[in-house]
Design a binder for this molecule. Sequence first.
Ligand SMILES: Nc1ncnc2c1ncn2[C@@H]1O[C@H](COP(=O)(O)OP(=O)(O)OP(=O)(O)O)[C@@H](O)[C@H]1O
Length: 814
Amino acid sequence: PKCLLLNPVFELCVAMASQISDKKRTKKTKKRSRVESEEFERINSLNWNPTLTEKDDAFSFLIGSNELEGGFLCLEEIDESEYNLGIAKSSGGSEEKGKTKPKKQKVDTKNEELNGEAKGESKEEIEEVEKETKQKKKKKMKKKKKDKINKDAVNEAEGNEEPPAVTDGNDDQEQDSVDETEYYAWNELRLHPLLMKSIYALKFKEPTPIQQACIPAGSHQGKDVVGAAETGSGKTLAFGLPILQRLLEEREKAERQLPENGELDDKVASAGLLRALIITPTRELALQVTDHLKEAAKHSNFRVVPIVGGMSSEKQERLLKTRPEIVVGTPGRLWELMSGGETHLVELHSLSFFVLDEADRMIENGHFHELQSIVDMLPMANKSTDDDSQKSQNCETVSSVQRKKRQTFVFSATIALSADFRKKLKRGSQKSKANDELNSIETLSERAGMRADAAIIDLTNASILANKLEESFIDCRDEDKDGYLYYILSVHGQGRTIVFCTSIAALRHISSLLRILGVNVWTLHAQMQQRARLKAIDRFRGHEHGILIATDVAARGLDIPGVRTVIHYQLPHSAEVYVHRSGRTARAHSDGCSIALITPNDTSKFAALCRSFSKDNFQRFPLEMSYMPEVMKRLSLARQIDKISRKDSQDKAKKNWLERSAELMELDLEDNDSEEERVNNHKRKKATSAQLTNLQEELKSLLSRPLQPKTFSKRYLAGAGVSPLLQNQLEELARQKNSNNSGDVKRKKMIVIGQDCVEPLQALRSAGPETKLNLKDMAEKRRDITELRRKRRETKKRLREQRRKQKKKLQGKE
Ligand SMILES: Nc1ncnc2c1ncn2[C@@H]1O[C@H](COP(=O)(O)OP(=O)(O)OP(=O)(O)O)[C@@H](O)[C@H]1O
C-alpha cells in the first residue's frame, strides 16, 4: 500500500530484513548451486533438438499443463470428520499453531534426509548439517521474534497495517523442493508465506490477470471489489486469496499482541465466528469453490464449509457447529438455516467478507428473494440501529467496527456493468431504498454494503468470451440435429465433451438415443437428486473421453480439466448463458471449441448472439457429409427402438399405477376385455417384441463396425476406434497401396477410415478460413426469407378475400 511505501522507517526495516534473509539464503544455497551449476554446464553442452514434438518430449507435461487436481466432493465424502469435528470449538491461533508443529518437524526431517541422499553425503555429515541447521533455526527464531516486536512497535506508532511476513525460505523445509524463482510473479502481491506454500503445491506459476488486479485491492488496500474476467480465468482465488490473506494478517497481529498486554484481541476472541460468507448460484459451484478455497487455506487451518441444498439440514447444522470461519453456500439452503436462527450463521457482526460469485445469476428469477433476505440481514453501516434490529431479528450484537470493515466482493464473467455504476453506488450509500428489489447488480451491491470507492476491475474483452475458445456452428434442420450430434461424438469424440440442452425433455431424448447407439453418456439436470448430480460429475471427471449431457445447471462455474468441446444442442436464452456454457472449455491455460447446432428457427437468435459478442463472422464446423447416410441409418433404427421401449415402459407404468391405486383403495381390478381382445393384445405384444429384437440386432450389427462413409468399399481400411499404433500401420499400408496403383487413374485411392478421428478443435483448425460465415450474408438471407413470408401471407389473404366475395355473389344469386 501507498501509505507503507511512504513510511521511511518501515522501508528501512523491510530493506534490512530482506538483506539479512538474502545473506542467509545465499549461504544455504551456495553448496547446492555449485552442484547445480556443474549440472547446468553439462546440460548446456548437450545438443538441443528443436524438432522434438510435445508428444515425444517426456517432460512436456511440465509446460502449460492444466491437469490440476481439483476433485469434487461426493456426498458420501462430505462428512463431519473432514471438517475436524474433533477440533475444539473456539480454536484460537495458538491451538492451530500447536497442531501444525509436529507435522512441520516430520516434513523437515524427511526433506533433510532426501537432500542428504541426493547429495550423496555420509551419515555423520548429515547429522552435523542437521545440528547446524537446528542451531541456526533457533537463533533465527529468536531474532525474528525480536524483529517482529520492533517492527510492530514502529507500525503501530505510524498507524500502519501489518505488512505480510517476509519469507526467507528457511522457515519451512517443505519449500526446499520448490524452485521459488519460478514463482517470482507472485512476489509483487506480497502474499502470506502460508498462502504461497499452497500456491507452490497447486503449481500455479504466476497469478492470472484478474488475480494480479484483485489481490492488492482486496487484501492490502482493503477495498470492495467488483471483478469481471473471462470464464476460467481464476476468479475464485481472486477473491479467495485476499480473504485468506487478511484473516492470516489479523490472526498474526492478534497473536503478537497477546504476550504484550496479556489480553486477547477482539479478533482472536472472535475466532470461531463467521468471517466470510460466499454465495454461489448452484450447489455444484458451492462445493467446487469450497474445494478450491480449502486447497488455498490448507496451511493456514481456516475451515471452509459448504452449505447447499440436497444434503440433510441436520448434517449441515452439525458442520456449522464446528464454527467454520468461511461458509460457501447457495441462497436457498443458507436462508433456510438463517431464518431458522442457526447460531453460527446469524452471528453476522463478525462477518468481514461478503462475496457474490456469479453475481449476475443471483439477480435472475428463482434466487433473489432468498438472497434479498440474506442481504437484508447483514449489519449495515448506513442503516439506523432501529432498522438493523428490525431487519436482523436473529442477529446478535452488531459491532460498528465490523460493520465499517466488512468488504464486499462481486464477481462474474458476464457482469453487466452500467456506465454510471459508481454514481449509482454513491447515491445509494446516501439514500438506501429499503423496498427496492435486487433486480440489478448495482442495487444488489449497494444493498450488500458496497462502498462507493470500490475497485471495479473489468478485464473482459469486447466479445466477453474466453480468449482461447474457438467457436463454430452447424446449420441444420430440426430433424437432423440428433444425426449431427451423433456424428460429432463418434467421428470427433476425443477429449471430454459437454452437450448443453435448454430443456430436460430434450436432454432425456438425446441421452436415451445416444445410449441406444452405444455412446456412453452421463446426465446432469436440476431435477436429479443431489447425490446423483455429484456422481454424474465425478464419473464424467474420471473419464478421459467422457460425455456429459447437461442443462444450464452446469453452465456456470463448473471447472473440469480436459473439457475439449462444448456443444450447444439447443441455443440458450441469453448471451450470458452462452458465454458461461462455452466457458466450460478453454479454461486456465487450455484451449477448446464450441459448436452450436442452429436450425432455421434459431437463426435470428444466433445472429443476435453474434452481435452481442461483436462478431461478424463465425466458423462453420467442417462436416464429412459422406458419413451422414450411415449416421442416419443407425439413428433411424435407434429412434424406432426408443419409441417402442418408451411406449412399453409407459404402458407398464400406467398398469402399475392402476394396480397400486386399486390396492390402496382395497378394490379388485376387473378384467373387462373380451377373450378376443385379450388374444389380440397378446399377439400385438408378441409382434412388437419381435420387432424390437430385430431392430436391436440390426443396430448391433451396424454398431459392430466403425462408422463408414457412403463410398465405403474394399479400397477403404477401417481405422476408426483403433489404437494410434495400428492406425499408423493402416495408414502406411494405404500409402503403399496408393503408390503401387498410381498409374491407374480410374481406381480410387485407398483411404483409412478414422483418420479424421481427431478432436473437434483440430478439425476446426485444419478446416481453413473458407468455412467462415458472414453475418451480413446471413442477415440478407433472413431479410429475403421474411420478405418471402410476407408476400405469401399477402397472397393468401388476397385469395381468401376473393373466395369470400365469390361466395357472397353466389349466395346473392340464389
Ligand atoms: N494462477 C493460476 N495459474 C494456473 N491456474 C490457475 C490459477 N488460478 C486458478 N487456476 C485454475 O484455473 C481454473 C479456473 O479457475 P476458476 O474456476 O477460479 O475460474 P473462474 O474465472 O471462476 O471461471 P468461471 O467464470 O467459469 O466460474 C481452475 O482449475 C483453477 O485451479
